[in-house]
Design a protein around this ligand. Structure first.
Ligand SMILES: C[S@@+](CC[C@H](N)C(=O)[O-])C[C@H]1O[C@@H](n2cnc3c(N)ncnc32)[C@H](O)[C@@H]1O
Length: 425
């Protein structure tokens, strides 16, 4: 897996925190430590590289597991499988089991290659008293923990928070998985800021066992956080898939920063981090590349309309709504760029529903920046979108041809053969 085993990444020469001009290549419209909070549309890695060392006191990220990269399977040859020297579970040879593991590792390798350079940047961007909160699920957390130990140093691992909720379908084939994991790392375990005085408290499980005064104050959360998911009918809901509750973000930001400090989320989605930071009087930078995320954040975090107007007016290429399974189409674009009218309508409808549902957070304000890295992202989205449509068109044409051949077939065997080939499309 593509990462060096050094405990901390090489970082550029240090600059005075807050001194934007001290960093070569840093432009004040990209980030100004004295300036307003920001929503940034960017491919986060390119943008992060331009930010000054040590600028953020809290970094929270909730990265997607599916990075969109095609998986290149490194399968062992069937010959190797047959030569498996011992037979294991269900008669499978060890080498075929190894083959299954290898294909799983390939998919994780893509994820590792995507995440590691971004975590390295997070490490560089944290202030000396800063803290990273990394939101993961039970499938990834053990691998990513190792990655973070390598980047931050094991001694700077502070907590594993368990966010427990009770919502949605429950498996009857295993214990229903109803928790996420949040890894907490300090830039430096000797000097990180942590103060629970402002943290929202929670009710005691057995209030009868403590004094009335204690029961009414509530208790400090432990490392297991029982907290509802964003209610599908509640005020907080934006409709953005994977939106996290601001209640979680408030706890992290309240404990690990002071009013006026900078908070960064570079997989910002619906902007829950920005919402919590604004409520608590912190400044924020929320980065995402996905147009629907930008629209939701713009409304939720009260974007300055002048900075946003230019962006909205410019036609863009294909945009993919963040959910691995739904490609919803283009935002504007010339006729050569255009996918289909139907997909354009679908995207428009999605954006309208999202922004209709979203409510602005009181007291939030920020500026919008479209980073240069979006030119490449837009181009890639356009190409991917066109390829996807072409693939779908070809699959439909093949299915039509197979149906026609099936109708014309004279023997039962031929019918079955055509049907099988149609179903394999
Ligand atoms: C799991 S969602 C985050 C949800 C967010 N925590 C919330 O509360 O709404 C991950 C986000 O990362 C964004 N993303 C993925 N890859 C990115 C990249 N390379 N640069 C910027 N944003 C990216 C996706 O568009 C998506 O909105």
């Amino acid at each position: 897996m593509g990462i060096s085993a050094s405990p901390a990444p090489a970082v550029p020469s240090p600059a005075e925190p807050g001194d934007a001009s001290a960093q070569p290549g840093l432009r004040s419209d990209t980030f100004d430590p004295q300036g307003p909070s920001l929503i940034v549309q960017a491919d986060n890695l390119h943008y992060l590289r331009e930010l000054p060392d040590g600028a953020f006191t809290v970094i929270y990220i909730d990265p997607p597991f599916n990075t969109g990269k095609k998986q290149t399977r490194r399968t062992l040859s069937s010959e190797a499988s047959e030569k498996g020297d011992r037979t294991g579970f269900k008669g499978k040879s060890y080498s075929s089991t190894l083959q299954t593991l290898a294909s799983y590792n390939d998919s994780f390798e893509d994820y590792w290659a995507f995440l590691a350079p971004r975590i390295e940047q997070a490490h560089r961007l944290l202030a000396q008293d800063g803290t990273l909160y990394l939101h993961l699920d039970w499938r990834e957390v053990h691998y990513v923990k190792i990655m973070c130990d390598m980047i931050f140093g094991r001694e700077n691992f502070i907590n594993e928070l368990i966010w427990a909720y009770d919502y949605g379908a429950k498996s009857t084939r295993r214990w229903p998985t109803k928790h996420d994991n949040i890894l907490v790392y300090a830039k430096d375990h000797r000097s990180y800021y942590f103060n629970t005085a402002e943290v929202d408290r929670e009710p005691y499980m057995a209030p009868g066992l403590v004094t009335e005064e204690k029961a009414s104050r509530g208790k400090l959360p432990t490392d297991v956080w029982w907290h509802t998911i964003v209610s599908p009918t509640g005020k907080e809901k934006t409709g953005y898939p994977t939106q996290k509750p601001t209640g979680l973000l408030r706890r992290m930001i309240a404990a690990s920063s002071r009013p006026g400090d900078w908070v960064l989320d570079f997989f910002a989605g619906s902007g829950s981090t920005g919402a919590a930071a604004a409520q608590l009087g912190r400044k924020f930078v929320c980065v995402d590349q996905n147009p629907p995320a930008i629209e939701v954040m713009a409304k939720r975090l009260n974007v300055d309309p002048v900075s946003f107007e230019a962006y909205r007016g410019v036609p863009r290429g294909a945009s993919v709504l963040f959910t691995p399974k739904r490609t919803v189409g283009v935002r504007g674009g010339t006729s050569r760029d255009a996918l289909t009218a139907a997909s354009r309508h679908a995207l428009k409808a999605v954006l309208e529903t999202l922004t209709e549902t979203t409510r602005p957070v009181e007291g939030a304000s920020c500026k919008f920046v479209r980073h240069w890295s979006m030119d490449t992202v837009d181009r890639k989205m356009r190409v991917d979108g066109r390829n996807e449509l072409r693939r779908q068109r070809q699959a439909r044409a093949k299915a039509r041809a197979a149906r026609a051949a099936e109708a014309a077939a004279s023997t039962a065997d031929e019918v079955l053969q055509h049907r099988a080939s149609r179903e394999s499309l």
